[in-house]
Unconditional design. Structure first.
Length: 95
């Protein structure tokens, strides 16, 4: 493999990683907006827990679930759901 091909591959990988990070941040921003619009300050207080979730699929599931949540308690339960329910990596006991 040539040096140019290696550099191109590394550049593509870096671009994909940057795109995933931008997507994760965008979904987190959407979640923040939903929490604020539906539940005000009480909803925004839940966002710290969301900010620590790196799994994009888990964030998407939370975002979709928040659309249906009718209370802060429901939103909190959704955000703090066991990893296997939000698409996060499953703990060994659930494998």
């Amino acid at each position: 493999m040539s040096i140019l091909a290696i550099a191109e591959r590394k550049g593509r990988e870096k671009g994909l990683d940057e795109g995933r990070e931008e997507g994760r941040l965008l979904v987190q921003e959407m979640i923040s907006d939903i929490l604020e619009i539906k539940f005000g300050v009480a909803g925004l207080e839940l966002f710290d827990s969301v900010a620590h979730i790196a799994d994009l699929e888990a964030l998407r599931k939370i975002r979709l679930g928040l659309k249906r949540a009718q209370s802060v308690a429901e939103a909190e339960a959704l955000i703090h759901a066991p990893a296997h329910e939000n698409g996060r990596e499953k703990p060994e006991e659930f494998s």
